[in-house]
Ligand binder design. Sequence first.
Ligand SMILES: Cc1cc2nc3c(=O)[nH]c(=O)nc-3n(C[C@H](O)[C@H](O)[C@H](O)COP(=O)(O)O)c2cc1C
Length: 351
Amino acid sequence: METLFNPIKINNLDIPNRFAMAPMTRNKSPNGIPGQNVADYYERRAKGGVGLIITEGVEVSHPSSSGYPDVPGLKPEAHEGWRNVISQVHKYDSKIFCQLWHVGAIRKPGLPPEPDVPGFTPSGLVRKDKKVAYEMTADDVENMIEIYVRDIEIIKDLGFDGVELHGAHGYLIDQFFWEDTNQRKDGFGGSIQLRSSFASEIIKRARAKVGNDFCIAIRFSQWKQQDYEAKLAKNQDDLEALLRPLVDAGVDVIHASNRRFWEPEFQGSNLNLAGWTKKITGLPTITVGSVGLESDFIGFYQGMTRNLTWLLWAELYSRTLNGLIKLKKVVTMKLFPFLRSTQRIIINLAP
Ligand SMILES: Cc1cc2nc3c(=O)[nH]c(=O)nc-3n(C[C@H](O)[C@H](O)[C@H](O)COP(=O)(O)O)c2cc1C
């Protein structure tokens, strides 16, 4: 239990506890500009005591990035709004990462900012054999990597504590990871290691620009919104092949997105995806997915015996009362080996 409230250091960043708020799109930033309401929203979470806030997905600065209305971006007109968000969060102890998001083939024709711009993708595919979008040329891929890198520099300059690349849920980076949507024959497709190259190249070049101290995270998932049963990695060797290039490129923390956190990832172990990721990479990991139960937190905790169970997951009720954290729900699990092996686990906050 106490582990959840212990600080954690990621790279050189001191995070006051192990609760992280999951990125959640809000569609509250008309013209891509986060207003005062956005700053107030994140401030309420910081005031509630969450250690690490990961923003909603923020559009990569390319006209093909957007797939949904009123999602914030990083154009100059948005900078003042982001500085305001960061300063309101930093009034408290919380840290804040900006999640960088390109929707790839999920983009539908006719969307802003440029209705004629199609979805940009590795192979034009939104899922196996379903071609709906534009296949990026080698120059497009190179250009897109550079745009990501420039955006990460902007994110650092704005004062964010880190960036999280959205590499999950079937969006652009995940479309490179997934063999069903990546049929490229160049260095960005083929083996699972090569399918990791788009992300690892962004991380490597960004690391060279922002230096060693700035936190770079990536979120990935086995499941896709196009296919909940999809598997990037069928076993631990596949997972290692996918993740090793990201580690070598200089990523600091990996956010393993599950739909159900309690599901063991591979046979023969009860480790979930974040657990395996931690075991394979040695990096801090973030877990998520259907966290929350019915039982009363305080009542449960009072009834706990030392060796019966460990509190593993908790959900912070983020609407605070008089600045106090109100814990709403909790679930207990037998101690997972990945918790035993490390204290460096960040637990998801789902407001
Ligand atoms: C309204 C909503 C918006 C979301 N937006 C994002 C997003 O911008 N980026 C992202 O990586 N995940 C996004 N997610 C997924 C969540 O971060 C999280 O992984 C998911 O809700 C599973 O956690 P839960 O079972 O606790 O809800 C969103 C989820 C919801 C419900």
